[in-house]
Write a protein that binds this ligand. Structure first.
Ligand code: PLP
Length: 450
């Protein structure tokens, strides 16, 4: 029974980012099956998954092609490593495919198993690069408050979640600047002015720390876990100019923005800037098996390959053949089904316009942000002054719970409701997503008398 499941789970399993006692009191939902954007729990209730799992199931659930790719590779070569001057066809083919998608100034990738691990590897790779360049003092990474780069020690330090720092997530040689969250922090500035102001904090921070000590700047092209925040248009060009001026590597965390989410293959292409490294995971395999990768520009790769000598780095599962086979099948399906142009030209604009139709006059919603198949609704107490609710976290969490009751999974972060449905979503699935989200938001508004 559900209760048996819940008790057995509670007895042994620590979940992610939750107060375990509160979860145990409520009981975890037991998800047993998926197909396209649909998930079913063990009692047969269906949920429309508006979050692609955790921003990762680009192809939705139940894909026989991915299952077959994994099964075939399991039968042929289930594992081998990259340590003994060895490689294998799936990883070779995957790299070729990946670089056929990427702009020409990237040439190499270091494979990992997750986004957190990718960002750990990033720190060491960037340090190694500056050592090879004869600048070993360039070690400091600058990130952003409320940025998220993973849950391991260095990744949580790079991120700017203060509650994670308080729980031991800090390392030396990491600094932070403000996030470009205009709605909450822009005051009387226009979005364009605020974007420039936020970007120039990077210049101030580099000057404060010394350009000869700053190795790189890491950020998500659009911030995900910290509230799905799209920066003002002025932001990224200015960040890029500053990084180039001080020879600070520009490191884009594409873990949630990559693989078609915004209607471009990678989110930095949507915003029009050119990072030196790309952190990948999640959508690389549609989340079917764990895999990540750190993509390097030719400049970095050349230094490492031609002049770097030994790079003392390696992971047992780097380039895992089954994960690589699934990644190949995943990327090929995204290509064959033309999902990236579909998100750019059809499903993305459709979702964005539906959301604006339904929510632009909604009393609870002050801002709708997004592009392609990612969007956020900002809960707002006073739209004219952009005043946010004092209890916005609880309000959004309540809306998320009501979403579950309505049969839709949307995410709450700070005072924002986030959705990022699978790239395969058709119009009727998007309509269902918006209709059910509307019911959850309306119920939230009624509960607080708005
Ligand atoms: N980077 C970003 C932008 C993320 O959103 C996440 C996870 O949500 C990570 C890194 C960490 O990835 P993982 O959970 O695979 O370690």
């Amino acid at each position: 029974s559900t209760q048996d499941y819940q008790q057995a789970d509670a007895a042994h399993h620590i979940h992610a980012f939750l107060d375990q006692k509160a979860l145990n009191a409520e009981g975890a939902r037991v998800i047993v099956r998926g197909d396209r954007l649909n998930l079913w729990d063990n009692e047969g209730k269906r949920y429309l998954d508006g979050m692609s799992g955790l921003w990762c199931t680009q192809l939705g659930y139940g894909r026989a092609d991915l299952a077959q790719a994994a099964a075939a590779q399991f039968a042929k070569l289930p594992y081998y490593n990259m340590f003994f001057h060895t490689t294998h066809p799936p990883v070779i083919e995957l790299s070729e495919l990946l670089f056929s998608l990427l702009p020409a100034h990237y040439s190499h990738v270091i494979y990992t198993n997750s986004g957190s691990e990718t960002n750990e590897v990033l720190i060491r790779t960037v340090r190694k690069f500056w050592q090879v360049e004869g600048k070993p003092d360039k070690k400091i990474m600058i990130g952003r408050w409320n940025g998220y780069h993973g849950s391991t020690l260095a990744a949580s330090a790079l991120g700017g979640m203060k509650f994670m720092h308080e729980m031991g997530g800090v390392i030396p040689d990491v600094a932070h600047i403000e996030e470009p969250y205009w709605y909450a922090k822009g005051g009387d500035l226009s979005p364009a002015e605020f974007g420039l102001q936020c970007a120039r904090q990077l210049e101030d921070k580099i000057l404060e720390l010394g350009a000869d000590r700053v190795a790189g700047f890491i950020a998500e092209p659009f911030q995900g876990a910290g509230g799905m925040i799209f920066p003002p248009e002025s932001y990224w060009p200015e960040i890029q100019r500053i990084c180039r001026k001080y020879d600070v590597l520009l490191c884009a965390d594409e873990v949630i923005g990559g693989f078609g989410r915004t209607g471009e293959w990678f989110a930095h292409q949507h915003f029009g800037f050119e990072p030196d490294t790309l952190s990948l995971a999640k959508g690389l395999t549609s989340g079917y098996v764990p895999m990540g990768g750190l993509v390097l520009s030719k400049r970095i790769a050349n230094a490492l390959v031609e002049r770097g000598g030994l790079f003392a780095h390696g992971l047992t599962y780097s380039g895992h053949p089954v994960a690589a086979a699934v990644a190949i099948a995943n990327i090929q399906a995204i290509q064959n089904e033309a999902l990236v142009p579909q998100v750019k030209n059809d499903s993305g604009p459709y979702l964005q316009s539906l959301l604006r139709e339904v929510f632009s006059q909604h009393p609870l919603v002050g801002e709708i942000q997004g592009a392609g198949l990612v969007a956020a609704l900002q809960f707002t107490e006073d739209k004219t002054t952009r005043k946010r609710f004092a209890n916005e976290n609880e309000l959004a969490w309540r809306c998320r719970t009501l979403g579950f009751e309505e049969g839709v999974i949307i995410r709450s972060t700070l005072g924002r409701m986030i959705m990022a449905p699978a790239l395969i979503a058709n119009r009727s699935e998007l309509e269902e997503l918006v209709e059910k989200t509307q019911k959850a938001v309306d119920r939230t508004a009624r509960e607080i008398g708005v």
